[in-house]
Design a protein around this ligand. Sequence first.
Ligand code: CA
Length: 237
Amino acid sequence: MKVLLVEDDAALARGITEALVREGMVVEHCADGVRASELPASPGGPGQAGGTGDFDAAVLDLGLPGIDGMAVLRQWRARGRGFSVLVLTARSRWSDKLEAFQAGADDYLTKPFLMEEVVTRLRVLQRRQVGLPRPVVQQGPLSYDTVAATFALDGAPLALTAQEQRILAHLITRPGALVTREDLVRHVYARDLDPDSNSLDVLIGRIRRKLAPHALIHTERGRGYRLQHEHAGAALD
Ligand code: CA
């Protein structure tokens, strides 16, 4: 998943970024509220719920230079930006929490906090964002624990690189749905990559080999990919 971190404390931002990257997430950091509020509202691709644009979630500090985090949040929501927002702030009064929820926050965590809790809450928000009711997603022999962010194939742990993990997580949390190349590239890579670049095909090829002999990832030629367990006899690509 791709996370937007809005935090003006440089040391804290570094710590959070390192922790999230260690957990396989892609992080874009923004240190001031004005820039954060002006982030372009890129349209959600086809099949993408809520127009989340580039990001799956944001971690938002409230005390920011220039413009308060609460105002940033209101502007995002006014512009229809649908990604999940976890407010991370020193403000611990109920009135602050209520105001944040009314401005469109999905979750609220006060400083000091446990890094593990930020990671876990982001993963849960992501699961809810895509409308999955259960913490474990199953497609035939492949299962994905959305809280631990781990995969198992035929019951055995599946070892993946961070990039492979992000791609497979993006696909399996949208079971049976067409995921476009553009969508995968936006949510999986740190920087803009040409969706036509063959590095995506190379990665998909590697994941397919790890999932063998099961053919779970189907290509929709020129459009994207679909992860679905199809019973024997069903048409596979
Ligand atoms: Ca701050």
